[in-house]
Design a protein around this ligand. Sequence first.
Ligand SMILES: Cc1cc2nc3c(=O)[nH]c(=O)nc-3n(C[C@H](O)[C@H](O)[C@H](O)COP(=O)(O)OP(=O)(O)OC[C@H]3O[C@@H](n4cnc5c(N)ncnc54)[C@H](O)[C@@H]3O)c2cc1C
Length: 435
Amino acid sequence: MEKADVLIIGAGAAGLMAAYTLAKAGKQVTVLEACNRTGGRIHTLGNSLFFKQAEVGAEFVHGQLPVTLELLQQAGIGYSPIDGEMWQYRNGTFTKNAGMIEGWDLLMKKLNALKEDTTLDAFLETHFTDIKFEELKTSVRRYAAGYDTSDPARVSMLALRNEWLHEDDEHQYRIEGGYCALIQYLANEVKANNGQIYLNEPVTELHWQQGNAKVITAEQNSYEADKVIIALPLGVLQAPANQQGAVTFYPPIVAQAEAIQKMGFGAIIKVLLQFDNAFWEDEITEQLAGESLKDMLFLFSDEQIPTWWTQAPAHVPLLTGWLGGTPAEEWKALSPEEVLTNALQSLSNIFNRSVDGLKEQLVAWHVANWTAEPYTRGSYAYDTIDTPDALKVLSQPVEDTLFFTGEYMYSGTAMGTVEAALTSGQNVAKQIMNS
Ligand SMILES: Cc1cc2nc3c(=O)[nH]c(=O)nc-3n(C[C@H](O)[C@H](O)[C@H](O)COP(=O)(O)OP(=O)(O)OC[C@H]3O[C@@H](n4cnc5c(N)ncnc54)[C@H](O)[C@@H]3O)c2cc1C
């Protein structure tokens, strides 16, 4: 087999962005992907049962994100703003625009005064000791679990502050044709620039010395290159050596392996439920809520699956459920059918309809338990107190031969996102081109 300039392990957004940037610059790249598709945590279901495109992984462009939006423009892929009402269902009552968590301003005041990093749990237990703050603490923990999919005992408070201060709720978009359109564009461009992409090739071993590397796949195929970009999810890098997806390094890279374990990787379960009609838009729901939910985008609740959203502003009979953080970790071993039952029970409680009735209306369903996926093993990275030091270690190439990329290799405000992955992929390619 011909030796490539650069081998890239993993064909997610980061790996493909690195491959695209290098291939366009004339480098000979080979991408090895474990699954039978490219995209990793970007996976758009295009089957006939689901409405147009249903996103199993990434769905939204969270803000005016420069790398993502520029790439979409280059590729000629459209995107449209999402728009709709925020609803809350709590203690039997629906509330529109329920607004911020009560006590949020006080929380931000104390957070702005924070000088030294600490975890969310430690911060709350230090600054909010009075019993009257119990609800605030529960809400904040739920928020950090839901949005950041993080463990409150490990997540960095300074990182959360940075993110909360830069939230851009005004500019949220969906990509026309689904996020997979972006992935398809990158993969096509790689191939058009003489790059190779091999699917169903899980890498198991990486043998390396300065300026030369050979990887072995599960099928015992081997590939060689001068340099290797490791574009694996953090969850796979953190997995013990005998686990599916894990890559063993010969010789071991001790400092990098330690840094990897110090970073946080969250858990997520996403549930897609397509019904024969959008019952949340009907009159029965309107009577129940006291107002029409026709324009509902998000619904937040205290149910087992607490967060739900629609395809607003489009009126489509698809509901998406979201369970993040430690509760999703605890559900890792549940079967899709068990998650479905819990999801329907959550909706039954909220909309006061029987589980059997909802089941009868169900046209298609999909449970994405990403934490149980061997080639992902979680949701996305969150910063721990040790993350800044770990990033310093991992952003240095190993003997100018091994390079790390992925959404976790990012320190801007769009942590955990596709933007983070694309930015990191672009950066690592530039690093190689300049080396
Ligand atoms: C449910 C969910 C919803 C999300 N929603 C959003 C959103 O709305 N907006 C947003 O911006 N971001 C969202 N994200 C985050 C976003 O999807 C990720 O940050 C981004 O896609 C990660 O890209 P990556 O290239 O770093 O990793 P990945 O996409 O995970 O790519 C890594 C690749 O490596 C492959 N691989 C693993 N092991 C091996 C091996 N041994 N050999 C070869 N290949 C291997 C994997 O199969 C995968 O293709 C979401 C993530 C999830 C899970």
